[in-house]
Design a protein around this ligand. Structure first.
Ligand code: ATP
Ligand code: MG
Ligand code: MG
Length: 554
């Protein structure tokens, strides 16, 4: 990756500012097709385009590329707007390619009149057969020499709904021997008798991507139309279409390309994500295992963490696979700064303090966030019967085990130093209870000599009688393979991780009973968790956002 201050797209823009445009003419757009929810790959494109807008103080349009009524829906438009806003960006104007259907039609008529477009009445198979190969020229359609009058009449008939789907198309008349296969008389329009989410049944011919995209950029006077690398071969056609309608007094948009971003252990393609939703592998587009913006939000990701991730990976000229652990690093980094610390036990083991006054309790002071002193303190109840994690106790262990073992001492976070004296097992030999004694003078923060005494381990805990139960959803990678959709002989669906979701019951300190949907906390020593919208007044549901690298525990 380049380590200079400007990326290659910024170099192009800077150069254009020297030779062509004025700074106040710069304009960008983010152009999603509303055929699914935005994913982490789109976040890169959003951060790029809106980032350039901020850097150059230039407007950025949100343009829906809604030219295919078969796959597009209002639900997706709404979700896309919500996600762009949640990421923290503001668009200048909200536009739709469908706003330009009439203009595109009028321009198509101009092309026909100039002998640059014709109606082809062959089947799609016939046209495909005539395409030729990269080394052999294609064959011209028998309809290529239709008169302008006939073309105008047929094209109007197409628009008026006189023909069935598949009977006619409008094609640009370019060159059936062109090196670039996309220049071999590409389709401009097809007939689709479908209802469109915005234009309803006004239109029954729909423009193809190549015809709609550049012209939409031109209407909006976008200076730099940034897209992913698969469109590189389309650039010649983008320019050819602009040539046909371009007015020299106006901004002429430029298409420039950058590499698509792929994330390990997942798929970033709306089509494949839709397959996960429709097959029931996940519960919806916003399932916390999905790499969608809405899935990441529900999982507990912050907008900052996603933006920082996108900025760190930057843009590139070549595709590569970004490890999902980098995304996790960024959310951990941000949540470390902002998430309140709380205690919760996920695999409970009963611990009884035999010398603690029977039936009594006390409320201890607990710091909310050592990274943020302004976050203050809260009270946590303590009693003679607690839960600790099963993993935190062993009958015997070597000297590297800094948790609790028989005869050993640990500090209970925010509380006292305890010593394990004995334990009880069930008939199968599982440890079901630990008995210990505590040092009443060792209370954290009390200032006594005993309170300052260092012991190796500190454990989190909850008081049994005060604990609240919650459903805890633990997530793992959705796919077992690093790159599930790149195998020749296998489908990405073959790599689904059957254990991507594990649901358990956790026991949490009572301060969490008022937690609201979307609240993010750190369960100390366990990781970051977030309140899921499935929560209700009876039961809290938490998602594990990401695990924690253990710092003060071992
Ligand atoms: P998908 O295959 O998921 O549908 P797409 O490119 O067809 O992706 P669009 O809605 O057309 O989806 O994308 C809007 C913008 O986001 C485009 O400019 C596109 O190039 C960009 N984009 C999409 N996926 C990625 C990605 N993985 N990395 C970077 N940019 C992306
Ligand atoms: Mg697209
Ligand atoms: Mg697509």
């Amino acid at each position: 990756e380049e380590r200079e201050s400007l990326n290659f797209l910024e170099h192009i823009i800077e150069n254009d500012l020297k030779t062509g445009y004025e700074k106040n003419q710069l304009r960008f757009r983010f152009p999603p097709e509303p055929n699914g929810y935005l994913h982490i790959g789109h976040a890169s494109s959003i951060c790029l385009n809106f980032g350039l807008g901020l850097k150059y103080n230039a407007p950025v349009n949100l343009r829906f590329d809604d030219t295919n009524p078969i796959k597009e829906e209002q639900e997706y438009v709404d979700a896309i707007k919500r996600d762009v806003q949640w990421l923290g960006f503001e668009w200048d104007t909200e536009r739709y390619a469908s706003d330009y259907f009439q203009q595109l039609y009028d321009w198509a008529v101009v092309l026909i009149k100039n002998g640059k477009a014709y109606v082809d009445s062959q089947t799609s198979e016939e046209m495909a057969d005539q395409k030729g190969t990269p080394t052999e020229p294609g064959t011209e359609s028998p309809y290529r020499s239709r008169s302008v009058e006939e073309n105008l009449e047929l094209f109007e008939g197409m628009k008026e709904g006189k023909f069935a789907e598949g009977t006619h198309v409008l094609r640009a008349k370019i060159d059936m021997a062109a090196q670039n296969m996309l220049m071999r008389d590409p389709l401009m329009y097809r007939i689709l008798h479908r209802t469109h989410h915005r234009t309803d049944t006004d239109w029954c011919i729909y423009p193809m991507y190549d015809w709609a995209h550049g012209q939409s950029d031109y209407v909006e006077q976008v200076t730099h139309s940034l897209c992913t690398l698969e469109f590189l071969p389309h650039r010649e056609l983008y320019d050819w279409f602009l040539d046909q309608i371009y007015d020299p007094g106006k901004i002429r948009p430029k298409q420039r390309e950058f590499a698509r971003r792929n994330l390990s252990h997942t798929v970033v393609s709306k089509r494949k994500l839709l397959q996960l939703v429709e097959s029931g592998v996940v519960k919806g587009w916003d399932d916390p295992r999905m790499p969608t913006i809405s899935g990441l939000r529900r999982r507990g990701y912050t907008p900052e963490s996603i933006r920082n991730f996108a900025d760190t990976i930057g843009i590139a000229k070549r595709e590569n696979l970004i490890d999902v652990s980098l995304l996790e690093f960024h959310v951990r980094d941000h949540l470390n700064k902002i998430a309140p610390r709380v205690m919760g036990v996920l695999n409970p083991l009963k611990l009884v303090i035999t010398n603690y006054p029977k039936g009594s309790e006390e409320w201890l002071d607990a710091e909310n966030n050592p990274e943020d002193p302004s976050a203050g303190f809260r009270k946590v109840p303590f009693s003679g019967e607690l839960y600790i994690e099963q993993d935190d106790f062993r009958e015997e262990a070597n000297r590297k085990f800094f948790r609790l073992k028989l005869g050993g001492e640990v500090r209970l976070k925010n509380g006292y130093i305890i010593k394990a004296e004995s334990c009880t097992k069930d008939t199968e030999g599982n440890i079901i209870e630990v008995q210990c004694t505590y040092d009443p003078k060792s209370k954290s923060g009390s200032g006594t000599e005993e309170s300052l005494r260092k012991v190796k381990g500190t454990l989190h805990w909850v008081s049994m009688k005060h604990a609240i139960e919650a459903e805890i959803r633990l997530y793992d990678r959705l796919f077992t393979d690093e790159s599930p959709d790149t195998h020749k002989d296998k489908d990405f669906m073959d790599f689904i991780n059957p254990e991507s979701l594990k649901t358990i019951t956790g026991y949490l300190e009572p301060s969490l009973k008022d937690a609201k949907v979307g609240d993010r906390v750190q369960f100390q020593r366990l990781g970051y968790f977030c309140v899921d919208p499935d929560s209700n007044s009876e039961k809290l549901v938490f998602n594990r956002t990401v695990g924690l690298r253990d710092t003060w525990a071992k």
